[in-house]
Design a binder for this molecule. Sequence first.
Ligand code: FMN
Length: 200
Amino acid sequence: MNVSTAILERRAEKMFDPAFTIRDDQVGELLEKALLSPTAFNIQNWRIIRVKDAALRQKIREVAWNQDKVTDASLLLVLCADLNAWVKEPARYWSGAPQMYQDILIPAIDAYYRDKPQVQRDEAMRSCGLLAMSIMLLAQEQGWHSCPMDGFDFDAVGKLINLPDDHVISMMLAVGRRTQDSFPRTGKLPLNELCFEDTF
Ligand SMILES: Cc1cc2nc3c(=O)[nH]c(=O)nc-3n(C[C@H](O)[C@H](O)[C@H](O)COP(=O)(O)O)c2cc1C
């Protein structure tokens, strides 16, 4: 499947087949590829919780608008980010790069994020957004389906997954096999309302 087809066919699916399973090695392969998505300064600030435990899924569902997909999808991923990834041995993000780049970029990471909580949080959401799209398109390539979700109580899910204090949740992703065709796309705005030349 090429990228255009994956983009055209991906939809936010509502209902997933609870009997459909995805093997661990398939999950690993998909995530390894998705984690090649870009992050600013290569800080790889995303962290992924794969929720396998059925009882935990049920508890999450109860704080996620009772959405069926939370329990029924083959995979439930909570995409999180470490707000302090930038300060955790940043040299490793550039190990193997030409020394000239290391000398410039490693101090630049510190200057970009230190004492800037809004920038740290923005970066978390940017990174997870890119990761989410990669996961959804890779799932599509496999013939699976997906749905991104922010319809849940973030604090409650954070407690359920033991989210560390310096981490945030960006969204959840359900991945699996849909049980019904999605309805036609709705309300897509025209290009000229969304895209401008040079300035607003
Ligand atoms: C960040 C984000 C959060 C979303 N949260 C939910 C959700 O909680 N439940 C749901 O059914 N759909 C959710 N959606 C799906 C959107 O409603 C859907 O992507 C949008 O209507 C466009 O439809 P399409 O993705 O099928 O083209 C979410 C999408 C995004 C990007």
